[in-house]
Design a protein around this ligand. Structure first.
Ligand SMILES: [Zn+2]
Length: 60
């Protein structure tokens, strides 16, 4: 039983945690945060907190 991924996925960034740089499986990400129309995957609460504290530092 596999959930088909979204049908209208635009070309997106790598599924990568911008904080720690780890590649993340979208289905296993701790959380997905949308920031300025882009989605960012965070692997853990620590990275989430770090990202939310200073998102500009991690988006480019
Ligand atoms: Zn991380």
């Amino acid at each position: 039983m596999s959930k088909s991924s979204s049908s209208t996925v635009r070309k997106k960034r790598d599924d990568k945690d911008p904080v720690c740089g780890k590649h993340i499986n979208r289905n296993k990400a701790h959380i997905t945060i949308e920031y300025k129309g882009e989605q960012y995957l965070l692997c853990c609460p620590l990275c989430q907190a770090e990202f939310e504290r200073d998102p500009e530092k991690y988006v480019s």
